[in-house]
Design a protein around this ligand. Structure first.
Ligand code: SF4
Length: 581
C-alpha cells in the first residue's frame, strides 16, 4: 500500500511543549504529581502518564489540601480563578504548560474586557481552551460555535472576535461575516493557530491526491475530528481511527494510495504504528514485484544487515584512505562486528524502541530468536576473523566487546549516582550516539591499522575523524526523530540536551567541517585524492539532513535505508577510485 504521511501530522508545538514538561516533571518534580485535567486528548498518552505516576486532577482541590507536590496546567490553559485555586491548594509547584499561542489569545481577551468591550469566542463552549479563554473575559465573553448563533447574541459595544486555536477556518470566516453584518465596528483577531491552518490546508491537498485519508487521534480531540471533516469535504474517503486496531483493512486494500494525518495530540509512536500497518497492507492495485522489493528492503534494514553492509563499505574506504592493503577478513570482521553490535544493542534499548520505532520493535519480537542467535554467531565470527589477523586485532575486538557489555552495567559508586543520577555509562548524556560512533571508528579504522599497519599517523587520524563524524551525524539525525520516546524512558540524547534546532545546526557544522577537513587533507597530501571523493557520502548525509528537516521523507525504513546508503557509497567510491587508479 502506498502511504503518504502528512508533514504536519502529530504533536503541534504547544502539545509537544506540554508533553515535554510533563515527562520532565515525571522524572524530576516533587510527588504527588498531577495534571489539571487530561494533559491531551489521547488515551495512549494518558495511560502512559498514569504508568509514570502522573495522576489527573478533575477539579481544583479545596485550599490547603496538599502540603507539597506539583500540578501541571495543560496546553489549553485555565481561567485565572482556577490558577489561583491551584496555588491555594498547597502545591509547591504549579507548572504552566499553557501554549504560548493560547496565552496570546487570553491577552487579547483581557485587553478587550478591560476596555469594556464585548468578546465573541468562536469555538466549542465546553472545550477546555474555550472555558479558559472565557475566564479571562471578566464576564463579557460569549461563545459561538455556528454562524446561526450570531443572531442570539446580545447587543455589544465594539466587540472583538477571536477563535479557538483549533477552529475550522471556514466556520470562523462564516461567523465573522455574520458578525460584521450585526456589528460594523467589529474587531477581528484570527487566532486560529498557524499549525491548525497548515494541518487543514495540507489534509485538503492530500485528500485530492490520494484515494483515501486515514486520520488518527483521540475521539475526544476536536482538532482530529475537524481534520476528518475537512478531508471528507474535499471528497476523500475518510477512516477516522484511534489506533491501528481499528483499521478497516479490507476496505483499505481496495485503494491504491492513502494519506495519513493525525491530530495535534497524537504522539509519534501511534502515527508510526499506523504507518507500519498501512504499508504492510497489500493493495490490490500494487504489483507483486513491487510489493516483494519493498518487503526485502524492509527486512534488510530492520534486521541490521543493511547497516552492517555499510560498515563493510566504510572499512574498505578507510583501508584505502590509510594506504593499507584491502583484506577480505578485515572487511568481513567489520561487517560481523557492527551487525552484532547493532542487533544486540536493540534488545538493550527495547523500552525506548517501543515508542521511537514500533515497526522495529514488532520486528524484534517476531524474529527474536533469529536475531539473538545471529548476533551471537556474528560476534564469534568477528573474533575468529580477527584471530586469523593476529593477537593484537583479536585483543582489540575483545576489549571493545567487553566495553559494549559494560555500557549498560551499573558501575558508578553510590555517592556519584546520588549526586549526578548517573549509574551506568549509558546514563551519561549523549553517550549512546557518541559510543556508537567511537565503536565504528575503532572497527573500521583502528582495527585495520592494528592488523595491517602502521599507517601514516595523519592519514589514520583523518580516517578516524571521518568515520566518527559521519556515524555521529547519522545517529544524531535519527535521535532528533526519537525525542518523544527517549523522553518517555528518561534517556538523555544529544537532541534532548541541546534541543532539536541546536542539534540540527550542530550537525550542519559537523558535516561542513568534515567536508572541509577532507579537502584540506587531500590538498595537503595527507591522504590520497580519494579523500576528495569521500566528500560524496558527506554530501549525501547532508542531503538527508535537509530532507528530514523539511519533513520531505517519512521517518522509518526508507529514510534509515537511505542514510545508511552513504556508508555503502563510501565503499563504492573507494573501489571505483582504485579501479581507475
Ligand atoms: S494548536 Fe496551536 S495554539 Fe493550540 S496548542 Fe497547538 S500550537 Fe498551541
Amino acid at each position: 500500500m502506498k502511504v503518504r504521511l502528512a508533514r504536519t501530522a502529530g504533536f503541534c508545538m504547544g502539545v509537544r511543549r506540554a508533553m515535554e514538561l510533563a515527562l520532565w516533571a515525571a522524572h524530576h518534580a516533587e510527588r504527588p504529581l498531577f495534571t489539571f485535567g487530561p494533559l491531551i486528548h489521547n488515551p495512549q498518552v494518558l495511560a502512559l502518564l498514569r504508568d509514570k505516576g502522573v495522576e489527573e486532577l478533575e477539579r481544583v482541590p479545596p485550599p490547603g489540601s496538599f502540603s507539597g507536590g506539583a500540578v501541571i496546567i495543560r496546553a489549553h490553559g485555565v481561567p485565572p480563578e482556577q490558577r489561583r485555586g491551584l496555588k491555594a491548594a498547597g502545591f509547591t509547584q504549579v507548572i504552566d504548560g499553557t501554549c504560548p499561542r493560547v496565552v496570546r489569545v487570553q491577552a487579547i481577551i483581557r485587553r478587550a474586557a478591560r476596555a469594556g468591550r464585548g468578546v465573541v469566542i468562536v469555538g466549542d463552549a465546553d472545550h477546555p481552551e474555550v472555558v479558559g479563554l472565557l475566564g479571562h473575559s471578566q464576564g463579557q465573553g460569549r461563545v459561538v460555535s455556528r454562524p446561526e448563533e450570531v443572531e442570539d447574541l446580545p447587543e455589544m459595544v465594539r466587540p472583538v472576535v477571536v477563535a479557538q486555536t483549533t477552529q475550522n477556518q471556514e466556520v470562523f470566516a462564516a461567523v465573522v461575516e455574520r458578525l460584521h453584518a450585526r456589528f460594523p465596528a467589529l474587531e477581528v483577531h484570527d487566532t486560529i493557530c498557524e499549525a491548525t491552518h497548515r494541518r487543514q490546508d495540507e489534509v485538503r491537498r492530500l485528500a485530492a491526491e490520494v484515494e483515501g485519508v486515514v486520520v488518527v487521534g483521540g475521539r475526544a480531540s476536536g482538532n482530529t475530528r475537524r481534520l476528518a471533516e475537512v478531508a471528507a469535504a474535499a471528497g476523500a474517503r475518510v477512516f477516522l481511527v484511534e489506533s491501528e486496531a481499528e483499521l478497516d483493512r479490507a476496505a483499505l486494500s481496495r485503494l491504491g494510495s492513502v494519506g495519513l494525518t493525525a491530530g495535534a495530540s497524537t504522539p509519534n509512536w501511534v502515527i508510526r504504528r499506523l504507518m507500519r500497518e498501512l504499508t504492510a497492507i497489500r493493495s490490490q492495485k500494487e504489483s507483486r514485484f513491487r510489493f516483494w522489493v519493498r518487503r526485502v528492503f524492509r527486512f534488510l534494514v530492520l534486521s541490521q544487515l543493511w547497516v552492517a553492509l555499510g560498515a563493510a563499505g566504510m572499512a574498505t574506504a578507510s583501508c584505502m584512505l590509510m594506504g593499507l592493503a584491502l583484506r577480505g577478513e578485515l572487511v568481513a570482521a567489520a561487517f560481523f562486528y557492527i551487525y552484532a553490535m547493532h542487533v544486540l544493542n536493540q534488545f538493550l534499548d527495547k523500552e525506548a524502541g517501543q515508542y521511537n520505532d514500533p515497526d522495529r520493535a514488532h520486528f524484534l519480537s517476531k524474529h527474536h530468536h533469529f536475531l539473538v542467535g545471529s548476533g551471537v554467531v556474528s560476534s564469534a565470527a568477528a573474533l575468529v576473523l580477527c584471530y586469523t589477523l593476529g593477537w593484537l586485532p583479536l585483543g582489540l575486538v575483545a576489549v571493545m566487546s567487553v566495553m559494549g557489555l559494560l555500557y549498560s552495567v551499573p558501575l558508578a559508586p553510590r555517592w556519584l549516582t546520588r549526586r549526578t543520577g548517573i549509574q551506568r555509562l549509558k546514563d551519561i548524556p549523549g553517550s549512546k550516539t557518541l559510543s556508537a560512533a567511537v565503536a565504528w571508528a575503532f572497527t573500521v579504522v583502528v582495527l585495520p591499522a592494528v592488523a595491517l599497519g602502521p599507517p601514516p599517523p595523519a592519514a589514520a587520524g583523518v580516517a578516524f575523524v571521518y568515520t566518527l563524524v559521519l556515524v555521529l551525524v547519522r545517529c544524531a539525525l535519527f535521535d532528533v526523530l526519537d525525542v518523544q520516546g527517549d523522553l518517555i524512558v528518561g534517556k538523555e540524547t544529544i537532541p534532548i540536551l541541546l534541543g532539536e534546532e541546536r542539534t540540527r545546526r550542530l550537525l550542519w557544522w559537523l558535516s561542513a567541517g568534515l567536508a572541509g577537513l577532507m579537502f584540506l587533507a587531500a590538498g595537503a597530501g595527507l591522504v590520497p585524492a580519494l579523500g576528495l571523493w569521500l566528500c560524496l557520502p558527506v554530501a549525501g548525509m547532508a542531503a538527508m539532513q535537509f530532507v528530514q528537516a523539511r519533513a520531505w521523507i517519512t521517518p522509518g525504513v526508507l529514510s534509515e535505508g537511505l542514510a545508511d546508503l552513504n556508508f555503502w557509497l563510501a565503499g563504492l567510491v573507494a573501489l571505483v577510485w582504485r579501479a581507475w587508479g
